[in-house]
Design a protein around this ligand. Structure first.
Ligand code: GLU
Length: 303
């Protein structure tokens, strides 16, 4: 195992609904990785996207995590309490940032969708890069991505292996503050991971294609690059990413710990490739941590 000392990991759910099977898998993987490295595990509620927050979801997620026997270190952090940090980063980015007056419709005309569920972003052709066109009003703030030579960023994912993206071609100048005034996920996550000293990020593979944008932001903000491990995303029979509905019943308040173990935790571990036999939640973690350490020996799993 190549442990970084100290190891600081985190789970960073968006409070868009209760913890579901897919997010349990991500939480479990990041918790196990932190434990296997004798590291810290921080909990950050990513409530920066005010348009998608659901009342009570954060509390429900935190309660579910505790009920599964996962204990975070320190206080829970909330992105909505960290706006000054994002503003500071914006100032630091200086001339790399420009106001954009384009609507989605305008950009969509000649573009293709990026795949990430967070972004549903369009490759931006740079219309406002050299100034707002006459008659346009500022909507979002974009970060310039180098054009020539292309900005190609690669990293070694601990699960998926080598990953590379040409940011210039596949993403273009991307949004760091949205037209609705909210800070963009990409900026907030990088600033927070940097400020919290996160050394190791373990999360779902739906964020693989966001990672090069985050590497770029780390570079321009002078932040260290953490290591990454993206676990496979749980999909339903239709092949869609598992969403709030599925598996949520296992997290009903008052659900028996045995039910939680049998219907949520053991299946989540199995999904990660861990064959755990346990009758109690405590026994589960005692068995799962060494099992995860062993599984790490078999990574990366290149497709
Ligand atoms: N907040 C994101 C989500 O719930 C995860 C972000 C991350 O782990 O970088 O999908």
């Amino acid at each position: 195992m190549t442990a970084r000392i100290p190891y600081i990991g985190r789970f960073a759910p968006s409070p868009t609904g209760p913890l579901h099977f897919g997010s349990l898998v991500a939480a479990m993987a990041s918790y196990l990785d932190a434990k296997a490295h004798h590291g810290q595990w921080l909990l950050r509620i990513e409530d920066v996207d005010g348009a998608r927050n659901v009342d009570g979801a954060a509390e429900h997620i935190l309660a579910s995590i505790q009920r599964c026997g996962m204990h975070w270190d320190g206080d829970v952090s909330w992105q909505t309490q960290r706006y000054p940090l994002y503003q500071q980063a914006l100032e630091q980015l200086g001339g790399l940032v420009y106001p954009c007056g384009c609507s989605r419709r305008e950009i969509a005309d000649s573009q293709v969708n990026l795949s990430g569920h967070h972004t549903q972003a369009l490759v931006y052709p740079g219309i406002c890069r050299d100034g707002l066109a006459p008659g346009k009003v500022e909507r979002a703030l974009r970060l310039k991505v180098p054009q020539s030579p292309h900005c190609v960023l690669s990293f070694e994912d601990r699960w998926a292996g080598h990953y590379s993206q040409d940011l210039t071609v596949d993403v273009g100048d991307f949004i760091i503050r949205r037209a609705d005034g909210y800070w963009a996920y990409q900026l907030a996550v990088v600033v927070d991971d940097g400020a919290q000293g996160i050394t190791d990020i373990v999360r779902g593979a739906d964020l693989l294609d966001s990672t090069p944008r985050q590497l770029y932001l780390q570079q321009v903000l002078g932040l260290p690059q953490p290591t990454y491990l993206h676990v496979p995303v749980v999909v339903n029979e239709a092949g869609d990413k598992m969403s709030k509905q599925t598996g949520a019943q296992a997290f009903d308040t008052g659900a028996d710990p045995q039910v939680l173990l049998r219907e949520a935790m053991l299946p989540a571990a199995r999904f990660l490739g861990l064959d755990i036999q346990a009758e109690t939640i405590d026994a589960f973690w005692r068995a799962a941590t060494p099992a995860w350490a062993q599984l790490l020996q078999t990574l990366p799993r290149r497709p």
